[in-house]
Design a protein around this ligand. Sequence first.
Ligand code: ADP
Ligand code: MG
Length: 452
Amino acid sequence: MPMEPRTNQPEVWKKGQQVVANYNFPGSSKEDLPFKKGDLITIINNTKDVNWYKGKNESGQEGMVPATYLQKRKEVQLHAMPWYHGSITREQAEDLLQFKEDGVFLLRDSVHFRGDFTLSVVYYNKVEHYRVILRQNKLEIDGGDCQFQTLIDLVEHYTKDADGLCTRLLQPLQKKGSSFSAVSVQDFESGGWVISQKDLQIYELIGKGEFGDVYKGTYRNQGVAIKELKDKERAGQAFLKEASVMTSMRHPNLVQLIGVVIGDTIQLVTEFMGKGNLVEYLRSRGRSVITKKDQIDFTDDICSAMQYLESKDLVHRDLAARNILVNDNNTAKVSDFGLAKYGDYSAEGGKFPIKWTAPEALRDNKFTNKSDMWSFGILLWEVYSFGRVPYPRIPLSDVVMHVERGYRMEAPDGCPQEIYNIMMQAWEIDPKQRPTFKQVLEKLNNLRATTV
Ligand code: ADP
Ligand code: MG
C-alpha cells in the first residue's frame, strides 16, 4: 500500500476539489473517513500535514483522508489517430507500406464490410491484413480474443503485445495532414471517471436525445440522469467525445458529468435536472408562473456558464433553450456539449439549427465565442417570449436571406429594454462588434441585482 513518502512536492488540493479513491481505506481512528476504491471524496480543507486532508464522502460524512490513497480526477483528452487512413483500398495500403520495416502499420476502413476496419502491418517485406470486426459496439481482431471500445485501445494493446499477430505494432505509418482524433476508454478509467453499473439504479424514461434515450435514476442515493448510447455503429466515439469535453469542465451552471458506465453499452451519467429543458419549462408554465425575476435569473445563470466556456476557449455551437436544463432549485445549466469544440472551428459538413446559428457560421463554418453570442441573443429572445420559436411567420428557408439583409426580430412583449439592447448587440452582423460574454455578464449581474 502506498504510504511511502512522496518523491516530488505534492500538489495542494483546494476546498471543493473532487478526488477519487485509488485504494480501499479502512481508517484507523474515529477521526478517519473510511472509503473504498472508486469512491468520490470532496476536499473540505487541508491540514498541517500535506498527506492528510479533511474530506466529505457522497453521503455527507466527514473525516480525515490520506492523500496518497486519492487521486485528483483527470481530464480525458482526445488522442490523435495519425495511423488511421480512412477509406483507402488494400492496394493503396500496400503501396504506402512498401519497403517499410517490420511492425510499421496503419488502420483503414474495411472495403468489404461496412463499419469494420482493416489493420495492415509489415512483416518480412510483406503486408499482412487483419480484419477488425465491430460487434455490439466493440472492436476485435478476427480470431483474436480481446475486445476494445475504440481503435486507440486496440492499437495500444497490440503495441505492447503481438498477442497472436505476426508482430507487435511498432511504428505507425502517419497519414499526412491527418486530423482524426478519438477518445480512449482507458483514459476514462485512469482518470477516475468510470463508475460501476451496480451503483446505478435506472428508473423511467425522461427524454430522447440524438445518441440515445435519457433515463432518470440514482447513483449512490443521488438523483442522476442516465443517457444511454443506442446501438448505433460508431456513434460511440461522438458520445465519448461529448463525455471527454465534460471531464474538463466544472462550473455551477454547467450540467455536471458524474461518470460513465462502460459495459455492453456506454452510459453517460450526469446530475439530475428535475425541471427538464428550458424551452418546455417556459412553454408549459408561461406568463402566469414565470416571473421577471425567473427570467433574469435564468439568463444570468446561462451567461455565467458561457463566460466560463469563453474563458476556456471552448465554443458550444448549439446554444439554445432546448439545451438548457433547469433543476429543482430553479438553477439553469448549460448542457449538450455534443458539438462543442475548442477554438475556432470548421464543421465537418454539419447540420445546423439555422435559426440559432450566426450568419458567418452558416456561411463559412466560422464558429467562435462570437457565434455563440449570436445564439445567446436568440436564447434571450426565447426566454422573454416564453419559449416561442424564433422568427415566427418566416419560413425557415427565408430566414438567412432576411437576416443577411438586416432584418432582426422585435422585442418580445414585456421584454425590458436593457435585455433587448443585448439581443441587438449579439446580432451585429460583424462578429467583432458583438460583446463578449464577460461584458454581457456584468450587465446581467446588475440587472439581476435590481430585479425583484
Ligand atoms: P441530445 O442533445 O442528444 O438531443 P439531450 O442531452 O438534450 O439529448 O437530452 C434529451 C432530453 O432529455 C432533454 O431535452 C431533457 O428533457 C432530458 N434530459 C437530458 N439530460 C437531463 C438531465 N441531466 N436531467 C433531466 N433531464 C435531462
Ligand atoms: Mg439536446
